[in-house]
Design a protein around this ligand. Structure first.
Ligand SMILES: [Zn+2]
Length: 124
């Protein structure tokens, strides 16, 4: 039993690595990559960035919830307004792609397009 769990974990890790490599290798459009890097470096033009870094007279609070500083971290994972739908959609989209990759790796029947894949389409 322990061996099966370890093999499944290894398979999942391999699939995640394949997904990451496929994104790096060309699934991401050229214009998108600099935006991702800017977001990682906290250098996208959020209200907080404009107020604290660029010293502009902009409100530093989030323009959606108006409760917290509008930082990249807040927008990507901490905004209570975005938490209601956007974070859930991002979560579901990621795990749809992961499930699709697992189905492909296990050679189970599925669609050709990962983004229309559902777990009920795969016959296990
Ligand atoms: Zn917010």
């Amino acid at each position: 039993m322990m061996m099966i769990i370890l093999l499944l974990l290894l398979l999942i890790i391999i699939i995640i690595i394949i997904i990451i490599i496929s994104h790096i290798a060309g699934d991401i459009k050229g214009a998108t990559e600099p935006k991702i890097v800017a977001a990682q470096d906290q250098a996208i033009c959020t209200n907080y960035f404009e107020n604290k870094i660029l010293k502009e007279e902009t409100e530093s609070k989030c323009r959606l919830c108006k409760q917290h500083e509008e930082t990249t971290d807040h927008l990507t994972s901490g905004c209570p307004i975005l938490a209601k739908n956007e974070y859930l959609m991002r979560h579901d989209k990621f795990y749809t792609r992961l499930h699709y990759s697992i189905c492909k790796a296990l050679d189970t029947e599925t669609t050709d397009k990962w983004y229309i894949h559902t777990h009920t389409q795969a016959s296990v």
